[in-house]
Design a protein around this ligand. Structure first.
Ligand code: KG4
Ligand code: ZN
Length: 326
């Protein structure tokens, strides 16, 4: 069994995964969403303090499994540095105390493995990764061979939902609440421009769309009732997703992926899933509970490294908060 720890942003999570058959033996996650909600975004210092408080509490619940653990896996990259170090410190302490090898896991690779919890992995695979920090199209040839085909020039897809939510005083995270409002709104009311639609660039950009929404909110500030808010959310969501789909279509023209998946916290968005299914009716998605950050996906990814003997020493294991490659 491998014990895995995730603390790259605002979720503290620990999982235990069996090496043979990938069975998820233990999985617990404590989200800090409510604590950050009042600030309209994640406050790094608060996130770190809460990880330091909650990770040991979760570990206590997993105590009975500790004698059976064969390795400690932990998210080392990318993420908030002050959050990552909390998980890494716990991993190193466990490694020393229990004399176990360490495995450093890339968080984005973890999201890919959210598709394969308790399952064998299917590669090669095209992946759309949509999270709070990233918007990428990936060519996943194998566990160790992942190429980034497109990424965002500024804000990420999930981040743009968070920023729109902040402007509308919805709290954090913005994705689920903006989606909820969008369901009640008229998506054709506001004619926001689709980003980079006249550009041949295969890349994403969300900061311009966010500014269009900001101006629209300003224009309606004296009459920002529930219907106007819903119409803004619906129009924003339509354009945000249309942008993803336009660029993705271009990628899919050149890359004939045998399998295609969407992963990341924002892959929970139903409208997005529906539009992607129009492009690929065989779209692979992770179960809802594993879309957002969790240690089960980190544990599942680490099994591949465990089997290959890809271990890191105490000195080697370090955080890489801003790493761009896999
Ligand atoms: O993968 P994740 O849990 O954390 C990161 O690695 O960033 O993704 C969180 C992001 C947040 O920006 C959140 O607003 C967004 O995913 N999100 C959504 C939805 N649910 C979560 N965005 C759009 N629609 C949703 N339903
Ligand atoms: Zn994530």
């Amino acid at each position: 069994m491998v014990l895995s720890i995730e603390s790259s942003c605002d979720d503290s999570s620990i999982a235990i995964t069996r090496v043979d058959g990938y069975e998820l033996i233990f999985h617990k996650k404590i989200s800090q969403e409510l604590d950050h909600s009042v600030y309209g975004g994640v406050v790094p210092e608060l996130a770190a303090r809460l990880h330091a408080k909650t990770l040991p509490k979760i570990l206590e619940q997993a105590k009975e499994f500790l004698p059976h653990i064969k390795a400690i896996a932990v998210t080392t990259e990318p993420g908030l540095s002050v959050s990552l170090v909390e998980g890494v410190a716990m991993a190193k302490a466990l490694s020393v105390a229990l004399n176990l090898p360490l495995i450093g896991v890339n968080h984005l690779k973890g999201h890919i493995y959210s598709l394969f919890i308790e399952k064998k992995a299917v590669f090669p695979l095209g992946v759309l990764l949509v999270s709070g920090g990233h918007t990428q199209v990936l060519d996943v040839k194998s566990h160790d061979n992942i190429n980034i085909l497109a990424s965002t020039l500024d804000d990420s897809f999930g981040e743009s939902f968070d920023k729109v939510a902040k402007m509308l005083d919805f709290g954090y995270p913005g994705g689920p609440v903006v989606e909820k409002y969008a369901k009640k709104g008229d998506a054709s009311r506001f004619d926001f421009t689709i980003p980079l639609q006249n550009s041949s660039k295969i890349a994403f950009s969300y900061s311009g769309l966010k500014n269009q929404v900001r101006l629209c909110i300003q224009e309606h500030k004296d009459n920002l009732n529930e219907q106007v808010k819903s119409d803004i959310c619906a129009s924003f969501q339509r354009v945000a997703i249309a942008h993803l789909i336009q660029k993705l279509k271009k990628v899919l023209k050149s890359y004939k992926f045998k399998n295609f998946a969407v992963v990341g916290g924002a892959s929970a968005n139903e409208h997005l899933r529906g539009e992607l299914e129009k492009l690929r009716s065989d779209l692979l998605v992770a179960p809802m509970e594993f879309c957002s950050d969790n240690a089960a996906m980190i544990g599942r990814a680490s099994i591949e490294d465990f089997l290959k003997g890809n271990f890191a020493s105490l000195e080697q294991l370090d955080i890489k908060p801003r790493v761009k490659s896999f």
